[in-house]
Design a protein around this ligand. Sequence first.
Ligand SMILES: *Cc1c(COP(=O)(O)O)cnc(C)c1O
Ligand code: SF4
Length: 332
Amino acid sequence: MGDLNSEWQAELARAYNSAESLAAALQLPQSWVTSHHSARKLFPIRVPRPFAELIEAGNPDDPLLLQVAPHAHEHAQRDGFSTDPLGEADATATSGVLHKYGSRVLVILRGGCAVNCRYCFRRHFPYDEHKFGQAECEQALNYIQLHPEINEVILSGGDPLMAKDRQLETILTAFAALPQIRRIRIHTRLPVVIPQRLTTELKTLLMGVGVPVIMVLHINHARELGQRLADTLSQWNNVGITWLNQSVLLKGVNDSAETLCELSERLFEVGILPYYLHQLDRVQGAAHFAVEDAQAILIMQEVTARLPGFLVPKFVREIHGEASKTPINLQR
Ligand SMILES: *Cc1c(COP(=O)(O)O)cnc(C)c1O
Ligand code: SF4
């Protein structure tokens, strides 16, 4: 039977990591490579093949491609776009642990992701300083015990599912064993770009954690929900895991009511509810993805008019120092 983790790890290892290889796979011309590859130095290219297969060949404006293709615009320095837009450096409680919101802590389990999204607010995050080994885990457990108001642990990253199952199991069971912890959340994009990450072993592991598990995927466009992910999710029905989705509002990718409605409908079809739609965090190198608030509000007004309430994601932005994500008022 072999190593059951090996399929997703093999996909990780053979992800496209250059504009040239991506262009060859997607039948994009040499001119595309020339105009796109310089930004690779700012943030490396990383696109797993199962995700690349969902991109329409020959279309440089494909909404999935735009999320992962480096662009010369990333060199632009724009006022108000910084390398640490959320002030995360200030919110570090212990190594790898961010405590910004009273009842939940965010644990940066792993630096690095299976895919490098060009708009990522953590593209400048000092992951090298954030390894999360046994010592860090013990510090985190101590910190949580000293803060009884914490009742939820959120594994984030990077992508926490980059960790091997054994490490995940150790950490999840350690957190879940604290009596104050009522649930555990995992924020991940990995199953979207490599659906094979959702192995039977992972399912069994998550069912045995001891507290309810919530999986929050990160999907921005209905076409990211391919057949393989849909089929896999259907095997994860009724195992007691809650599935939510968060998206980022991105110019050229999902900045229309039509696209966002279709995303919500498609999410529901496969058993996921929309949770958040984030207004872009103002991270240096991502200004070309920004949708102005006035425009965004018009889009969300239309989404709200067209969908049942439970399919409308909460439209929020993150403001440094606030006690929660801040809802963006649609009534103007
Ligand atoms: C977004 C975020 C959370 C989770 O917020 P919810 O509103 O509970 O989804 C927790 N901690 C940090 C540091 C965050 O950025
Ligand atoms: S998967 Fe998430 S954390 Fe990783 S690069 Fe994409 S947006 Fe950033």
